[in-house]
Ligand binder design. Sequence first.
Ligand SMILES: Nc1ncnc2c1ncn2[C@@H]1O[C@H](COP(=O)(O)OP(=O)(O)O)[C@@H](O)[C@H]1O
Ligand SMILES: [Mg+2]
Length: 479
Amino acid sequence: MRGMLSRQPEKAVRRLLLRAVVLFALLLASDVILVAWLFFHDFDQRAVRSKMIEAIEAARAMAGEISAELAPGGAIDHLRVIEKRAVLGRVIDRYTARLRVVDFVEVLTPDGRLLFRKSRRREAVANTGQAFGGAAPPSPDAPPAPAIPRVPGRTFALRGVTRDQVVEVPLAAQTGAVRVGLDPNALQAEFERQRRSLVLQLLFGGAVSLLLLAVAFLYVLRMVHRVRRLEAEAQRADQLAALGTLASGLAHEIRNPLNAMNINLQLLEEGLAEGVVDDESLSLLRSSRAEVQRLERLVKDFLAFARPASLQREEMEVEEIVRDVVAFLRPQFASCGVELDFEQEEGTPPVRIDSGQIRQALVNILQNALEVSSKGKRVLVRTGPTERGEARIEVIDEGPGIPPEKRERIFEIFYSEKPAGSGLGLPIARRAVDAHGGRIELESAPGGGSLFRIVLPPAVAGEPGEVDAGAVPAWRETS
Ligand SMILES: Nc1ncnc2c1ncn2[C@@H]1O[C@H](COP(=O)(O)OP(=O)(O)O)[C@@H](O)[C@H]1O
Ligand SMILES: [Mg+2]
């Protein structure tokens, strides 16, 4: 039974954890998507820009070297260009070997005419037709190179990859310019490569995160299992401790009458051995029987406490029960010289109760009241409604009262201040009233005695009247 009970919440915990994992997975997925978007949404532009910056740096460095080779005197000497072709080619090769996306490198005059051009695609020095092919210096009326806006180092378009990915930096002392053109196809291929590796990195990161999530899930699940096991163990230990307390209390209660009976029987045995059977023997027997009866009552009460029957509720007036109990106990009170009165206020709501159990609770409280009342005192039972519309039964005695610090203890099982008390009367009463959703309150009575108040919830119209198993703890039902 307990196993079944604890399996239920375990399922719930697993469901809860699963929901958490799904939520985390969704968060992770959106995180990856967000990161991917941040990476890729203007990836092309950023990539072009970074390639352009690389190209500008390379062009600046080349311009420095080219200026040193071609125009040591401040002006470009065309003959020198022809002479230095091979050197220029090597300078350019050195830079373009590192910059894989370069399409061509050109050297221009200040007015934009082409002096020298090296293109990767043709893999050879291309001297722009006649200008270099015929080793002739370019004539002043040679067609100008395509017009490039002259903003040194900043002449690039940034909208993706286009035909004119070109940077231009001036040579020293305004003797011309170096122009580097990037190859759109090479750029595209380079971006594709970068993009692929980024996607792979993202996928890898996502997969690792998912794996970590799964590991965390398994770990938490294990922790939950462990906590549950520890809880179950602690609960079992608690139950065993409670059982131990109960058992030692019961053993203590049983030992007293057994001791008394043992002594009685021993004395009887001695008397019988000597052949003496007198009045004393008879009284020994009688007191032994009384002890046996006490034991029987103890066992009965203990069982009533430990294993109360399930509630058989029916709707009734509390006055009915009180009148019955008062009539039943009055002779006993009278024999002790104690008056037992019943007062009834108007407006007590009907209740739905197990009359046997509430009767037992009331009897136990009245029994205590009688036990603290000396001859000539009075015990009053009073019924009426509470301010909240519940039914109340009050038992007021003129005894010594109960100091506040003891008001909880007296409801503990086996707590008794009487020589022959079982300490079960009030625990049984409280358990019965609790099972009805009610409570027992305790106050000092005005005259110095005690006031015990049983409060019961009012009957609700339309409730079923049969066995109410829900009011009794499940593990006590097996009888
Ligand atoms: N009306 C009362 N006035 C004073 N003390 C009381 C009263 N009712 C109960 N008690 C105290 O509470 C203790 C526990 O009561 P109970 O559970 O009925 O066990 P028992 O009657 O066997 O001692 C009593 O021993 C007594 O000390
Ligand atoms: Mg009692």
